[in-house]
Write a protein that binds this ligand. Sequence first.
Ligand SMILES: [Zn+2]
Ligand SMILES: [Zn+2]
Length: 274
Amino acid sequence: MFDAHIHSSMSFDSSVPREDVVAEAVKRGFYGLCFTDHYDVVDSYGKFVSDYDWEGTRMAQQRALACAGGRIIVNNGIELGNAPYGFAAAESVLNAEPEVDFVLGSIHNASEKLDYKDYYFVDYTDTDICYKYLDDYFIQLEKLVEWGNFDSLAHVPYPLRYMMQRDGMDVDMARYQSSIDSMLRTLIRRGQAIEINAGKKPYIMPEYAYLLDRYRALGGRLITVGTDAHSIPQFGMGLKEAYMLALEKGFESVAVFKRRKCELVSIRKLLALE
Ligand SMILES: [Zn+2]
Ligand SMILES: [Zn+2]
């Protein structure tokens, strides 16, 4: 298995040391993993953040590598959130660490118009509220894709986690099909990947089947797969299901980024199916 979306204590919302994740991955016989701790240009509370603790991250990464002892791949990435709210800050954080392995691009907060509200903190009590936030979300996602300084587009159906899974609303992502297709075309042209995010349950959101179908139909071949784990119990959850979905949708390999260069690894090999 390879998990390309993991948070550690370098993220504001996790307290797990990197070495504990590595020890768990070694125990479970993983092929490897990539840490993708949060840097959000606008944080969870809507506050602008101009820098990232690369020094602390390098030290945490060294401890993780020492723990791995060469037995598994341990890459050092970042989840760069909310770049459209400050592209200059996003660029400067990336420029400060030329050795970063992998950059996940994501949107976690609504735009200024909606007070930079974190989707997690919104009460989705009716579908009008959902579509107000989703309309805004897809505009921001398009801006992120247009900017393009990332390797894989993370959790495209992100707000639907809270709207549907948590708050039980019924919304349809197909409403944004033309926006999604246009973003996928841009990513494919540039050789960028999309992510299957296994989420926090052993269950893959049905929107990923739709996304993978569209991406593949338009010529896309690069996917990354990650659990988005913030703790040891979440680690590895849904990973097998996400890889099985990729195979079902015709993807035979997963993209693993090292120093932001992509290598393809056989999914069947990762699942020990060959
Ligand atoms: Zn995220
Ligand atoms: Zn994440």
